[in-house]
Write a protein that binds this ligand. Structure first.
Ligand SMILES: [Zn+2]
Length: 423
C-alpha cells in the first residue's frame, strides 16, 4: 500500500451492526467517522478504542472525529478518547445527548463545531458535506468526504419511511454526483428474514396506534426511547386522533425541550394536550441530585396518580415507564388498559424482557407492538444506491455483507475490519 491517495479503514462494522468506526487518511492527516460502542458490550465491559493512527498505532492524532448521529453504537467510545481531538456533530443531536446525560443515557460531547445540511466543512485535506438523513435518531447525517479529488459517501444510519421521509426523497433527487465509494449501512439486509423489523411508515404506526388507543378503554402506556423524537411525534398525533392527552416522563420532556423545535410536542403552555408524569425513579434521581429546577420547569403541567385513576381513558403515557409498570399493575392504574411496546422486539428476549412479558401476562394486561425500524428497507437502500450511482458500494453496519451483492449488483466490494483500502 502506498501512502498516496485517499485511504480508508473500517475499524468495526464490516460485518457487525453497532460499534461503527471508520478511519480516513490522506497524506499524514486522518479523521474518524463515528466511534461507537458495540451493541454486544455490557454496561461494565471494557471496549478498547479502535487502533487508529494516533490512538492504537503510532502517529499524530486524528484531525477530527465526526459523529453521524446520536445513537450510542456510533458515539459510545467518545469518553475514552484522548483530549485534543475536535469533535463535530449535528447541534440538535448534541443538545439531545446533553439533555440525556443526567438520565444516564447521554453525554456532553463538548463538540468543537456542528454539522449543517449541505454546508461543507474543511478539516485539513478533507472536505466534509453533511446531508440530513431520515433516521430514528434526531438530527442524523450522511457524510460526503472529498480528498485528493476522490469522493466517499458514508450513509450513516438512514431510512425512507420516518417523519423526515421528505429529506430522504430530496436527497434522492439531488444526490451528490461522481461518488467513487458509497459506504452504506445494511441493517435490514439479513440472512434470516424472521429477524427483520417492521418497515411500516411512521404514519402507519400512528394510524395503528390511534386504533389501539380507541379500542382500549383504560390507560395506555407506550414504552419507547425518549430520544426517538419521530416516535414522540407519532404518539402525540395518535393520542389526538383517539381524543386522549399525552403525558411524558421528565427525561422525555427535557429531551423534547432540548431540540429547541416548536414543532415537537413539549411540556409547556404552547402544547395544552401535553403534560408531564414523573415516575418514582425519576423523582428520586432529581431529589438525590438536588436539581429541583428540573421539576420546577414542569410545575403546573404535571399530572399525578389520582388523575390516572380517575380518568385513565383520557391519557397516554410515553417514555421510560418500564420500571413503573409493576406499581401501576398493583395499584390498579392499568385495569382495562394496555402497554404498547414501541421499541426493538429484541429487548424483550433477554431475561429482564421475559420477566416483563410474564408480569403483564399474569396481570391480564395486553402487550401490544407498534414499532417500525429506524433503518431503510431493502427497496429504499436500492433507491439510495441508484440515486448516488457510485463506482463501488462497501457494506457497513450490517450482519449480512454477503447479501449486498445480490441486492446491489457487481459494484459491491466487501472490505474487512482493520484493513486499509483506497477510495
Ligand atoms: Zn442509528
Amino acid at each position: 500500500m502506498t501512502s498516496e491517495g485517499f485511504r480508508v479503514r473500517i475499524h468495526r462494522g464490516a460485518n457487525e451492526i453497532g460499534g461503527s468506526c471508520v478511519e480516513l487518511r490522506y497524506g499524514d492527516a486522518s479523521v474518524l467517522l463515528d466511534l461507537g460502542r458495540p451493541l454486544w458490550a455490557g454496561r461494565n465491559d471494557v471496549v478498547p478504542l479502535p487502533p487508529a493512527i494516533g490512538l492504537g498505532e503510532p502517529g499524530s492524532l486524528p484531525l477530527a472525529l465526526i459523529l453521524s448521529h446520536g445513537h450510542q453504537d456510533h458515539w459510545g467510545l467518545v469518553p475514552d478518547l484522548p483530549p485534543g481531538i475536535p469533535l463535530y456533530v449535528g447541534k440538535g443531536a448534541a443538545d439531545v445527548l446533553r439533555a440525556a446525560e443526567f438520565w444516564g443515557a447521554g453525554i456532553d460531547l463538548h463538540e468543537s463545531g456542528h454539522l449543517t445540511h449541505r454546508q461543507p466543512l474543511q478539516i485539513g485535506p478533507f472536505t466534509i458535506t453533511p446531508y440530513l438523513a431520515d433516521h430514528s435518531a434526531y438530527d442524523a447525517y450522511s457524510l460526503l468526504i472529498e480528498a485528493g479529488g476522490r469522493r466517499l459517501l458514508y450513509s450513516g444510519d438512514f431510512r425512507g419511511h420516518g417523519r423526515k421521509a421528505r429529506a430522504f426523497e430530496e436527497f434522492l433527487v439531488d444526490a451528490p454526483a461522481d461518488v467513487d465509494v458509497l459506504l452504506m449501512e445494511g441493517t435490514n439486509l439479513r440472512d434470516d428474514e424472521q429477524d427483520a423489523e417492521s418497515q411500516a411508515t411512521e404514519s402507519v404506526v400512528e394510524a395503528e396506534l390511534a386504533q389501539t388507543l380507541t379500542d382500549i378503554d383504560g390507560l395506555v402506556v407506550v414504552l419507547c426511547s425518549a430520544q426517538n423524537i419521530d416516535r414522540l411525534v407519532t404518539v402525540y398525533r395518535a393520542a389526538l386522533r383517539a381524543e386522549r392527552n399525552l403525558a411524558v416522563d421528565l427525561y422525555t420532556a427535557e429531551v423534547a425541550a432540548a431540540t429547541g423545535r416548536d414543532t415537537i410536542p413539549q411540556v409547556n403552555p404552547q402544547w395544552p394536550r401535553v403534560s408531564a408524569y414523573l415516575p418514582l425513579t425519576q423523582r428520586v434521581r432529581v431529589k438525590q441530585a438536588e436539581e429541583f429546577t428540573r421539576t420546577e420547569a414542569v410545575k403546573g403541567r404535571r399530572i399525578f396518580d389520582e388523575q390516572l385513576v380517575d380518568e385513565p381513558g383520557q391519557w397516554v403515557l410515553f417514555g421510560a415507564f418500564q420500571a413503573q409498570v409493576a406499581r401501576m399493575l398493583s395499584s390498579g392504574q392499568l385495569a382495562g388498559g394496555a402497554v404498547v411496546w414501541s421499541m426493538w422486539d429484541g429487548y424483550l428476549k433477554d431475561a429482564r424482557g421475559q420477566r416483563f412479558v410474564a408480569t403483564l401476562e399474569a396481570a391480564g394486561v395486553p402487550l401490544i407492538h407498534h414499532h417500525t425500524s429506524g433503518h431503510a428497507s431493502v427497496d429504499d437502500l436500492k433507491r439510495f444506491v441508484e440515486a448516488v450511482d457510485p463506482v463501488t458500494v462497501v457494506p457497513i453496519h450490517t450482519e449480512a455483507p454477503q447479501q449486498f451483492e445480490s441486492a446491489f449488483g457487481s459494484r459491491v466490494v466487501q472490505r474487512d475490519d482493520g484493513k486499509w483500502w483506497c477510495v
